[in-house]
Write a protein that binds this ligand. Structure first.
Ligand SMILES: [Zn+2]
Length: 751
């Protein structure tokens, strides 16, 4: 998945805002207990109102209440009352909702309008009926600035363009972080459709209304109600039903998603175990989103029409029905589901296309460039991504952790452990320790150490190789070397892959060495003379990369603590104005110190920070041109050529990154165009191309026409030994044994 894809369908696997918003209530229905709701709902979008009758059954495991009240929270202004004789509601004072430390704040910072009630009921009563009605008006489209790394969240909406109600809307009574089962009967406008979890058991149009019932006997964390003026398409997908709901009818588009649904459900059924729901629906949203709910996904209109989504973000959202929406996440102890979903969707697809090594390198590059020691957290502290750094940990580090588990125990045991984890935890909240137990069951080992060092410890190992010596030994050779872990803190236990290129052998000699201390001296006995050693050549270890292992790329500027942005004082007035506005809106993390200056105000490029250089007219452009020499771009004041694509000063926008000539730890990026109209678009788009070294754009939008990474010229993890007669040039990368993907792509999904 490219950076761009990652942005456009930002996966907000719907993470129980419930847990983030949970009320501290004096008498709890525990998180393990299940409450049943039988909801009858009339939606009146023209008035932004709903009417609800909810028959609530409390769990049998609750002790009889007697005089002991239960408490629930509900969206404000709905005026609930009891239809069950003997059951009384007592509204609680509002101030209890704003106690210090209460987290009843939506992502946008606005406080949810909630009311809290005590329910008093006679001993022996477990079922009672509430009725309420009113408006859900407060939340419209997501507001506020968005960047490439976080997702808009809304707490609910009910309007003519559509309905979006979730647990976070508190549109039904919520007692605590309890689990629920439900049926929901909905009366809605004639041209509307509405989707919830589970199976649709009624769909009728009578007079001027549509009647729909959804049933979820499977335990859930929320009750969703999502819909609007939609056209429905469906077809069987094995034992489940594939459904598509579009805001604008489009048969070919619907067919594409229906077919993909059946194919990916089949793929993951085979890999992990039976899909847990009766249907999977793609629902077109009224705003741009990438949400994954149990048994459906809610994607924006632009997103679903991007051609690559159906084979990138879409399988990711489908897989969340196993991880996150099938086995739920015990968020208090860390969100494991994004890393596992990214590994078995995004990474698996890259494996099937033969580009998994580049994917892992980019994953490690994001961690190296975005996560500093002060922004690092352990996986147990990851909840959801809200920055480039949290994404690099919660998605990137976690997926590398699963990759290392697989390398350690082999594909068969890895798959078997995941199948066991799924089987044992379906429809329950699970944590990393439940995962550990699943792996322990399969391997017969405790696995505590490996989970401890990657899951509860922040940070990453950093490796160095040194003191390589070769000497002949009879017909054979001995290669000795030293590996050091140079990160602060204790050693990691690592299985370090090595590849040694040998005289007369096309494929490298591959092995792994076990490293349990920070310092390891090792000797390899080799059947021929070695001429090159590569440490972790396929990026199988989660580790902080050396600067020289990563090509210059935009991640280094977006991830830098300090950045200088230099504007071209010599540009024509219109361009100067355009660049200045671009600089003022330039995307950067709130923790980054960004200084904006005119190029004529400084004597020389500073060496202690990353630098953005804007404009063909920038007086420091010659330094960029010089630094580009190793990459043979042939950039002149008139233009250049990137991977065969000509880029001219007059017609294109160009972005190039280079190492700082005086400090290779720092990166320079040059951004230039003569087209003022392209500047705002560049500002919006660049952060989605973080891992690239160079980019070319055309037009006002502007549209990307070329992108790529410079090759890595001298990795400190590759050691060139004494040249050997008849061997390829030493710079040639080691030839490694081919690997098989975790599961083959079905025929009909071949790229
Ligand atoms: Zn996800």
């Amino acid at each position: 998945m490219t950076d761009k894809t990652r942005y456009i369908a930002r996966c907000l696997w719907s993470l129980g805002l419930s847990l983030l918003l949970g009320l501290p209530l004096p008498v709890l229905v525990s998180a393990h207990q299940v409450i049943r709701h039988e909801l009858h709902v009339v939606l009146q979008p023209d008035h932004q109102t709903l009417q609800v009758t909810d028959s609530i059954t409390l769990p049998e495991t609750l002790p009889p209440s007697g005089a002991e009240p239960r408490y629930f929270a509900l969206h404000a202004g709905l005026s609930p009352f009891s239809l069950t004789s003997g059951v009384q509601l007592v509204r609680q004072p509002t101030e209890t909702l704003s106690v210090p430390g209460d987290s009843h704040v939506s992502a946008g910072g606005s406080r949810l309008p909630l009311e809290r009630y005590a329910v008093v009921f006679p001993a022996g009563t477990r079922t009672f009926v509430l009725q309420y009605q009113g408006a859900i008006r407060h939340a419209s489209l997501p507001q506020g600035p968005q960047d490439a790394w976080s997702m808009p969240e809304i707490s609910g909406m009910l309007a003519t363009e559509g309905v979006y109600l979730s647990g976070a809307t508190y549109w039904y009574p919520r007692f605590n972080n309890e689990m629920v089962t439900f049926t929901v009967d909905v009366q809605l406008p004639l041209a509307w459709e509405v989707i919830s979890q589970g199976e649709r058991t009624r769909h009728e149009r009578v007079n001027d209304a549509t009647y729909v019932r959804w049933e979820s006997p499977a335990v859930q964390e929320d009750v969703y109600l999502v819909g609007g003026p939609l056209t429905e398409y469906r077809q069987p997908a094995g034992p489940a039903q594939a459904m598509v709901f579009l805001r604008t009818p489009d048969v070919p588009l619907a067919q594409k998603y229906l077919a993909a649904t059946a194919q990916y459900l089949g793929l993951y059924n085979t890999l992990l175990g039976p899909y847990p729901y009766p249907k999977f629906a793609l629902v077109e949203n009224s705003w741009e989103s990438g949400y994954g709910m149990p048994s459906f996904t809610l994607l924006g209109s632009k997103v679903i029409r991007l051609p690559f989504i159906v084979s990138s973000s879409y399988p990711h959202e489908i897989l969340h029905n196993w991880w996150g929406n099938g086995v739920f996440v015990d968020l208090q102890q860390g969100n494991w589901c994004e890393g596992l979903t990214a590994y078995l969707a995004d990474h698996l697809l890259q494996e099937q296309r033969g580009s998994a090594v580049a994917y892992r390198r980019a994953t490690l590059q994001r961690y190296t460039d975005y996560v500093s020691t002060h922004s690092d957290i352990p996986l147990t502290a990851f909840r959801t991504r809200h920055s480039a750094a949290t994404a690099a940990i919660g998605y990137g580090k976690a997926l590398m952790f699963f990759h290392m588990l697989r390398q350690q125990i082999g594909d068969k045991a890895f798959i078997s452990a995941l199948q066991g984890f799924y089987r044992d935890n379906l429809f329950q909240r699970a944590n990393f320790d439940a995962l550990r137990r699943a792996f322990a069951n399969v391997t017969g080992e405790d696995m505590s150490d490996v989970f401890q060092q990657w899951v509860t410890r922040p940070g990453a190992p950093e490796l160095r190789i040194s003191a390589t010596t070769v000497r002949p030994e009879g017909q054979d050779y001995r290669l000795s070397a030293v590996l050091d872990q140079v990160q602060p803190g204790p050693a990691y236990r690592l299985q370090v892959p090595l590849a040694v290129s040998l005289q007369g052998q096309e494929e490298a000699w591959q092995t792994t060495v076990t490293m349990a201390e920070k310092h390891l001296e090792f000797t390899l006995h080799l059947p021929a003379q070695p001429w090159r050693v590569d440490v972790d050549p396929e990026f199988d270890l989660f580790r902080r990369l050396h600067r020289e292992e990563i090509p210059p790329a935009l991640t280094q500027l977006f991830g830098a603590d300090k950045v200088l942005l230099l504007l071209p004082a010599d540009a024509v007035a219109e361009l100067k104005q355009g660049y200045r506005q671009l600089a003022q809106a330039w995307p950067h993390a709130s923790s980054q110190a960004l200084e904006i200056r005119w190029d004529q105000e400084i004597e020389a490029l500073p060496t202690d920070r990353a630098v953005w250089l804007f404009g063909w007219e920038n007086r420091f452009l010659p330094e960029v041109i010089t630094a580009l020499t190793p990459y043979s771009v042939g950039l002149t004041q008139a233009g250049g050529r990137l991977e065969g694509t000509p880029l001219t000063r007059a017609q294109h926008a160009v972005v190039l990154t280079v190492r700082h000539p005086k400090n290779p730890q720092q990166t320079l990026a040059w951004v230039a165009t003569q087209n003022v109209a392209a500047l705002p678009g560049l500002g919006r788009k660049l952060s989605h191309y973080g891992t690239y070294s160079f980019l070319g754009f055309a037009g006002d939008e502007p549209v990307n026409i070329v992108k790529g990474q410079w090759s890595v010229l001298a990795s400190p993890m590759s050691v060139l030994l004494a040249p050997v007669a008849g061997s390829p040039p030493q710079e040639a990368a080691a030839q490694l044994a081919p690997r098989r993907p975790l599961i083959a792509l079905p025929e009909n999904l071949q790229p």
